[in-house]
Write a protein that binds this ligand. Sequence first.
Ligand SMILES: CC(C)(COP(=O)(O)OP(=O)(O)OC[C@H]1O[C@@H](n2cnc3c(N)ncnc32)[C@H](O)[C@@H]1OP(=O)(O)O)[C@@H](O)C(=O)NCCC(=O)NCCS
Length: 124
Amino acid sequence: MSDEIFIGTDIVSVPRIAAILKKYPNRFSRHTYTPSEVKYCESMPKPAVHFAGRFAAKEAVKKALLTSKAIDNIPLKQIEIERLPNGEPVVHIAGKLQNKLNCKVSISHTDEFATATALLSVLL
Ligand SMILES: CC(C)(COP(=O)(O)OP(=O)(O)OC[C@H]1O[C@@H](n2cnc3c(N)ncnc32)[C@H](O)[C@@H]1OP(=O)(O)O)[C@@H](O)C(=O)NCCC(=O)NCCS
């Protein structure tokens, strides 16, 4: 068992995500986000802000995972950011290591940028 903590962070341009969503409607969102993530983001007045926040969160989690060396690579869709009723984000990482990974993420966004920081502990 390891008590080592790994960290990841990311920042995303909201207009860039809005442009990708416009250029590739459905394709980008289906490739990158789970159905419940898409449902939540599309229910919001400014969907791109929330898509960007989740993109930053996924990238932050991926950085922490790669730093830990628990995995070599992971598709962003395998990292799901659930939203609790109080707004708090919860990370679910699909795959064979899912029961050994404990990951927390924090997201913030403006109309211009979204950022996220992830903390990961791995039980091996
Ligand atoms: C949590 C809180 C500090 C977030 O502040 P904020 O400036 O709106 O947040 P930002 O714009 O920087 O970031 C938004 C992200 O914060 C995260 N967030 C929201 N609520 C959260 C909470 N309770 N705990 C942790 N993270 C939270 C979400 O990931 C959200 O992204 P999303 O909307 O795409 O899911 C603020 O909402 C708060 O003080 N809440 C407590 C009071 C409250 O809930 N009032 C409303 C009751 S209806």
